[in-house]
Design a protein around this ligand. Structure first.
Ligand code: UDP
Ligand code: MG
Length: 302
């Protein structure tokens, strides 16, 4: 049975010899399988292609595919998976951060038919800047909250898959590829192997903080429309708030007007009341006084 192992490479001239050694050990150990080793040179600016050519000249199992420029790891992985002919397909980084020594164990799980994918996750992030780990954790928290697919914290692209899984991955023809999400989206029975973080053997990481940040945003946008919904809800709440405030403002103005008018009306009523009271008293026409006795009353009338 043929097993394809594929490796995306960008400026990996120093790491490749270590990786090749390690892969030779694995293939010797697992001699029951036939192997094809696919290296995708993602437009390296160093001598990666030269190293690959040298390796291929000596080893017939090696196939290299070289891009015209740097297209990114996602494109390199797609090209490698598309080229793979094996019944099982393994995917690993060039820098030994995906320890090839785990491969025999991964093959064994597939052999026992326990699963369709043996994937790996880092259980530690030692050797990584703490700020980067912090953002990574926030990212996993966010994406798992808002998407239907579950992306395991620390999940690597390092995995071995059966043919149907790879066909499913290739059938997702989107341009903006976020593999961690795609791997989770296609499903299948997955077994997780855990390992401690390993630092790269040579060369340096190709991921700057901002490149990773953009990648994270892309992951979220590729797998959920929740941000759109959030925008709508926020918009709705804001205009609802404005409406309530307008209502309040209106009623407030109205109350003020009622008080103002009411006060004036009461004042007018008060004035009217004064007049009315006087008219009332006049209407009764009471005498100004009542005489009880007058000693000369008769004289006067004469
Ligand atoms: N890689 C690639 N194209 C790129 C960047 C990276 O093919 O534009 C490859 C790189 O050669 C390596 C793997 O992707 O095999 C992971 O890259 P790296 O080790 O720099 O990432 P990190 O492990 O730091 O996340
Ligand atoms: Mg690496």
């Amino acid at each position: 049975m043929l097993v394809s192992l594929m490796v995306p490479c960008y400026n990996e001239q120093e790491a490749l010899p270590y990786l090749y050694d390690a892969l030779c050990k694995v293939t010797a150990e697992c001699s029951q399988y036939e192997f094809e080793l696919i290296f995708v040179n993602d437009g390296s600016k160093d001598n990666t292609l030269g190293v690959l050519k040298e390796m291929a000249a000596k080893d017939d199992r090696i196939r290299y595919i070289s891009f015209s420029r740097n297209f990114g790891k996602e494109a390199a992985m797609y090209a490698g998976l598309a080229a793979a002919k094996g019944e099982w397909i393994g995917l690993l980084d060039a820098d030994m951060q995906d320890p090839p020594s785990l491969l025999p164990q991964m093959f064994e799980s597939l052999e026992k038919d326990e699963c369709d994918i043996v994937a790996t996750r880092r259980v530690s992030r030692k050797g990584e800047p703490p700020i980067r780990s912090w953002f990574a954790r926030r990212f996993y928290h966010l994406i798992n909250k808002f998407t239907d697919v579950e992306i395991v914290d620390g999940a690597r692209d390092f995995r071995v898959m059966r043919r149907p899984v790879v066909d499913a991955i290739l059938s997702l023809g989107e341009r903006q590829r976020f593999s961690k999400g795609i791997f989770a989206w296609v499903g299948f029975r997955t077994k997780w192997l855990e390992y401690e973080n390993v630092e790269r053997v040579a060369g340096e990481t190709k991921w700057s903080f901002w490149k990773l940040f953009r990648y994270a945003i892309e992951g979220i946008v590729s797998f959920t429309t929740a941000p759109l919904r959030i925008a709508m809800i926020v918009g709705f709440l804001t205009s609802f708030g404005a409406f309530i405030y307008l209502l309040y403002y209106f009623i407030h103005a109205l109350i003020y007007q009622i008080w103002d008018l009411g006060g004036m009306v009461l004042m007018a009523l008060g004035i009217i009341g004064e007049y009315l009271a006087k008219t009332y008293i006049e209407v009764k026409n009471r005498p100004l006084y009542v005489i009880a006795e007058d000693n000369k009353k008769d004289e006067e009338t004469k």
